[in-house]
Design a binder for this molecule. Structure first.
Ligand SMILES: C[S@@+](CC[C@H](N)C(=O)[O-])C[C@H]1O[C@@H](n2cnc3c(N)ncnc32)[C@H](O)[C@@H]1O
Length: 400
């Protein structure tokens, strides 16, 4: 039997409808809680199945008509009313922190995105056989697209131009739109049609048109964005998030801060206005070069950037407070031990993966109290969410 009738019980952590049928769990993308559907089984494993909706039999009041009709793109929640997507993300992080971190009642609120469409400042387009699209959930099957609703209008204009070009020798195109626009091409193509739309173009790692870096304005600051360095994908939400980091650090003046996994130095430079000295560690050389340029661009003198691996560079450093913003993999055991040795009064943990956050908080809780977590909807319609967590050193663990 490869067609079944299912009733969705809830969404799993990846935003797929979860049901039980034929004695197994079945995950159905795009099926919402309480909906019923006739489903085709597309994967049948020992313990679970994956299905595709053939026909919706009962439709949820929370279902909306999505702005795009591409199946299996990254927007797993695009058929759900926006306020319900926020509820889903808050419940998901609350559940993960409880189950894997033994933490209850710490998630206070979720801050929505001002723009729920057109919010992404960076998109990565895959090209196969001259066609443009996204790869279906990590496999190399291309979903061809004409536009992407979460990308900026300028990015969509570039997609339209690209579609008229010969892309037979191109594998990937990255578009970074911060007002100034950078296009990064893997492969070969004629770039003349793109030139009027962009500030800079890279082809196979080489700058072939315009400026080496582009500039983004964020609050009172300006930052360079380079070809390879990380920048938060939703600029407006990033600013709100940095303000929350500042609030959690409870600026009482005269304190030293350590910013670990600092990227192009955005958090460091943002904090430099309010703290005596900031030391930042980042492994990506290009990001650190950008960070130095950013320091100059903003006329800041009290920030020190160190290029290297946090686990190697952190030894012998001291700080009153620490901010960490690691990649999805979270902190290493050594990294946590080093932070515990430095014993900062406050620790602010910015995380894009609640699973690794929960794991790390469980270890940090030996010496720290997890005060609260604020969520930021950096990635509307996807199942992803950014967390900012405040930890305060326990009283019996005071510095001598
Ligand atoms: C989530 S980003 C944070 C960037 C920055 N805080 C921001 O808001 O733009 C994580 C950064 O950690 C850096 N990174 C990854 N592993 C590292 C390591 N072992 N040591 C230092 N930096 C690392 C990456 O290059 C990336 O820039």
């Amino acid at each position: 039997m490869n067609e079944v009738l299912v009733k969705c019980e809830k969404l799993d952590h990846f935003g797929r409808g979860l049901s039980h049928v034929l004695g197994k769990i079945i995950f159905v993308p795009n099926l919402l809680p309480n909906e019923e559907a006739l489903v085709k089984i597309v994967l049948n494993k020992k313990k679970y199945m994956v299905g595709e909706i053939i026909k919706l039999v009962k439709i949820s009041d929370d279902r909306i008509r999505p702005k795009c009709s591409y199946e299996s793109c990254g927007c797993a929640l695009k058929s759900l009313n926006y306020s319900k997507t926020l509820e889903f993300k808050k419940n998901k992080v609350t559940e993960i922190l409880k189950r894997y971190g033994n933490l209850e009642n710490v998630v206070k609120e979720i801050i929505p995105s001002d723009n729920i469409y057109g919010y992404r400042n960076k998109i990565t387009l895959k090209i196969k056989g001259g066609k443009i699209g996204y790869f279906k959930n990590g496999i190399n099957e291309l979903i061809e697209i004409n536009r992407c609703e979460i990308a900026s209008e300028k990015s969509n204009e570039i997609i339209r131009v690209l579609k008229r070009c010969d892309l037979s020798k191109v594998r990937e195109v990255i578009i970074k739109d911060f007002g100034e626009v950078m296009v990064i091409i893997k492969g070969d193509m004629d770039i003349n049609a793109l030139k009027p739309l962009v500030t800079s173009i890279y082809m196979n790692g080489k700058l072939v048109c315009g400026n080496e870096n582009i500039i983004v304005e964020l609050g009172d600051f300006k930052f360079y964005v380079s070809k390879d360095s990380f920048f938060q994908v939703n600029t407006k939400v990033a600013l709100k998030l940095y303000n929350r980091v500042l609030k959690y650090l409870d600026n009482s003046g005269g304190k030293s801060i350590l910013d670990l996994y600092s990227g192009t130095g955005t958090i460091s430079l943002f904090l430099s206005k309010y703290f005596k000295e900031v030391t930042a560690i980042e492994i990506n050389e290009e990001a650190v070069k950008c960070a130095f340029l950013n320091k100059e661009l903003n006329n800041i003198s009290n920030v020190r950037f160190i290029c290297g691996d946090v686990s190697k560079e952190i030894h012998n450093l001291k700080a009153d407070n620490i901010v960490v913003d690691p990649p999805r993999s979270g902190l290493s055991i050594d990294g946590i031990n080093d932070i515990l040795k430095i014993n900062p009064e406050r620790l602010v943990y910015v995380s894009c993966d609640p699973m690794t956050l929960a794991r790390d908080l469980k270890k940090l809780e030996e010496n720290y109290e997890v005060k609260e977590v604020t969520l930021f909807d950096m990635f509307p319609w996807t199942y992803h969410v950014e967390s900012v967590c405040l930890l305060i050193r326990k009283k019996d663990n005071k510095k001598e």
